[in-house]
Write a protein that binds this ligand. Structure first.
Ligand code: SF4
Length: 305
């Protein structure tokens, strides 16, 4: 699942699963640099490889929806590598020189797609019936001023006919994907969005699964939560919490976050090494109102001199 259309600086106007997760469970400072100040963090080789894998699976599943023959394996690799390469061109040049660029992303995307193609995960998916891939859902049934929206990877029915939402994940390893409670926020947002859509009849269960693919380990399915009225209250509470951070300009760097490293955050050098992208140099209270005081969105995003 990804965010909606990209918006410009200071034009944040809606919540998505990734924005809630990044703000509440990741680093609110990174969130503000990207979404409020509109600075382009760019891709990383891992995220671009994931984009490529998503594109290949999406194509595979769209063929099933259209009743057409499945793509050949080499066609899926072509799709994965081209999309990863395209996204990899958004990796900032200075970051790519250290951590790998579009060519590395394309290679990893082929590895992920190969693992998925040969896995039991794909075998199981073929017993399910897809209804839509990448549907964009948006609801105004939120308590605050902003809507909740997002693209879901896959919505359909499992082998027993139960309404199911699937999120594909590319991962370095599978060890983080053992306990669905560790990913409750994203499951809740997916289930909430489906419960506001036309896919749901209103009186049937909705379940979710993560299909996790690792270049190194294999692929697995992690069964997630099912929809219940508690999910609505949980999502509303998290939306209120996130809105309070934004309204109060309470953005704080989170260097203890597991993804705060040179490898995962393209702002790392500017934020943690030179400090040019840190709180001593950027006042988000000002940034949200007077964006001209910030660097241009596409220039010097990483802060690497
Ligand atoms: S370097 Fe760390 S603290 Fe700074 S924005 Fe990135 S994740 Fe947040």
């Amino acid at each position: 699942m990804s965010d909606g259309p990209k918006r410009g600086r200071g034009q944040f106007d809606g919540w998505s699963k990734s924005s809630l997760k990044s703000l509440l469970e990741g680093c609110s400072w990174q969130w503000a640099l990207t979404r409020l100040a509109g600075m382009a963090g760019g891709s990383t080789p891992h995220s671009a490889a994931g984009t490529g894998m998503h594109a290949a699976i999406e194509w595979h599943e769209q063929r099933r929806i259209d009743g057409e023959p499945l793509p050949e394996f080499w066609e899926l690799l072509w799709e994965a590598s081209s999309e990863a390469y395209r996204d990899g061109e958004n990796i900032p040049a200075d970051f790519a020189a250290i951590h790998g660029g579009a060519d590395v992303a394309a290679q990893w995307a082929c590895g992920l797609t190969t693992t998925w193609y040969d896995s039991k995960v794909r075998e199981q998916l073929l017993t399910y019936t897809p209804l839509a891939v990448e549907p964009h859902l948006e609801t105004e049934r939120t308590p605050g001023p902003n809507t909740l929206r997002g693209y879901l990877d896959w919505v359909g029915r499992d082998a027993d006919g139960v309404l199911t939402v699937i999120d594909y994940k590319s991962a370095s390893g599978l060890q983080r994907w053992n306990n669905p409670d560790h990913h409750l926020l994203e499951a809740a947002v997916y289930l909430y969005l489906v419960s506001t859509s036309d896919y749901w009849s209103g009186d049937e269960p909705i379940r979710m699964e993560w299909h996790v693919v690792s270049r190194k380990d294999d692929a697995k399915i992690l069964e997630g939560q099912t929809f219940s009225p508690d999910i609505i209250g949980f999502v509303h509470d998290r939306l209120a919490e996130a809105q309070a951070v934004v309204d109060g300009n309470k953005f704080i760097p989170n260097p203890s976050w597991g993804l705060c490293s040179q490898r995962w955050c393209t702002f790392y050098h500017g934020c943690q090494t030179t400090g040019i992208l840190g709180p001593d140099h950027i006042d988000f209270d000002l940034a949200s109102r007077r964006a001209a005081s910030l660097p241009a969105p596409d220039a010097g995003a990483t802060g690497i001199p």
